[in-house]
Design a protein around this ligand. Sequence first.
Ligand code: SF4
Length: 590
Amino acid sequence: MSGSVETLKATSNGLRGALPIQLAQPTPLFDDDVKNLLKFHGIYQQHDRDVRGRNNRVYSFMVRSRIPGGRLNAFQYLIHDALADAFGQHDLRLTTRQGIQLHGVIKENLKPTLRGLNETLISTLAACGDVARNVMFCPAPFGDPVREQIQAVAQAISDHLRPHTRAYHEIWLEDEEGNKVRQSLESAAQEAAATDTAATDTTAEIEPIYGKTYMPRKFKIALAFPGDNCTDIFSNDIGLVGLVAEDGETVHGYNLYVGGGLGQTHNAAETFPHLAEPLGYASHEQVLDVVEKIVLVQRDFGNREDRKLARMKYLVYNWGIEAFRAKVFEYLGYELEPVHPMPDMGYDDHMGWHEQRDGRWFCGIYVENGRVADAGATRIRSGLRAVIQKYKPNVTITGQQNIILSGFQAEERDAVDALLAEYNIAPIESLSRVRRHSMACPALPSCGLALAEAERYLPSLIDELEPIVAELGLDQEDFSIRMTGCPNGCARPYVADLGIVGRTLGKYNLHLGGNMEGTRLNTLYQELVPAAELPQLVRNVLTAYLATRTPQERVGDWASRLGAETIAQHVAQQTSVEHASADKSAPITA
Ligand code: SF4
């Protein structure tokens, strides 16, 4: 499989392959090779897995926008919303990497969808595939110069690592440049045929960073504001923290961390989640060069034999951070300083109202599992559309799949709240903390890799957990619950206080011991837990936490200190005590 993907990339002629030909064919789907190439264009071919039987499959496509730092203007958001009605399934999916996905687009509507996005300067190129994906940055639009400088670097990294192929424009947008490239390709092909040569490489453009085979695997980069890890930088191939000079207004450089990644495969011990390790400090002037050279090291030495082991975390782990660092320095031609001291990492989801530096205000709005849809009484899609159409705020997607609207005047706040209330969109203060800090990936029915439900199941699990958490008096505690439908980790479950990972339909692994700051991996507590038993299991764990925590100790910290075995002992003891007292109070029947 890996070999075939590498060959596919190498012979794709700059990500074209048979895509233009198959796009023109009146079939509802693409073959496997083109399906893989489509990912580089930000498109996943999917089928509705609720529909049983191979012959009954209904194919459609997920289209993912690349939005560095999640920042959009009002019109860019509204075009996504309009395209969801014109060509999608009437909803939007905000992603954990600050992108937006349109689901349910059929093949003949791919082109108008991408062209519609492009008219507002939104691209889907490199939102998926073996390239640097959407670059993340803290979404809080305070408008201070430090955040603006770091956002500018995020944008520069994104631009620098964008594939240079004109294939995207040529295939989807048919611009003048693309047509020129296509004509040159056609004439080269004709010449090759006329001279009866075996020449097939007609790539007219150059990929200076990626070369012909792009990256061994997807590559993720995130930047953080010092002290706020809302982008989970340690889960990325490269995580950067901007460091501020004494003037409080200037970013003098960045601490860089490398080799993070959360995906793993069930029952494959050679795969594992891994947090990024410290590489060094780069000045503001050096940072783009350093990021590029890290990418080149992974490009040249990453595993291209086995896609399961192709992420850069395995290179860093196998070489060790010292050897990896030395190779980066060799590519750079100079050495970096060790990472600088910085504030401890905190976490802020930026929900609710906050004042910006210019006196205006932004409002973070919770979107359950990132699904912007009208469902029952809560019409979040219509409500967001109404506010954005009326006030034209800037829009930022957060790494927790929520949305921030910014630039409101103070006197507009009440009217905005009233408008949101009309659509039954609850203010953040009215939500339970356990729901606010929960997150699930899309999983079934759209994701082809899902083994179990996630987005469709987590809300009802939270419904069951809310009274348990309240009854235990933990409703003012902040702890995260993240669920995925498979071990790939798209909702970053392995850094959550409680991570719930799908094993098979209706069964989950429960992991304990991460934290809100994303600085610690959790560990497996119990395998193959039936969904129906999850609420009681979480109740048992939280009861043991209450009984054995130290003052101010948080759930994940407690679980990490005790470890799975000790927690299981506490749970067993407390369960046997409960059974004994239940037996004593049971009426004696003859
Ligand atoms: Fe699909 Fe697995 Fe990612 Fe969920 S974690 S979206 S099931 S690949």
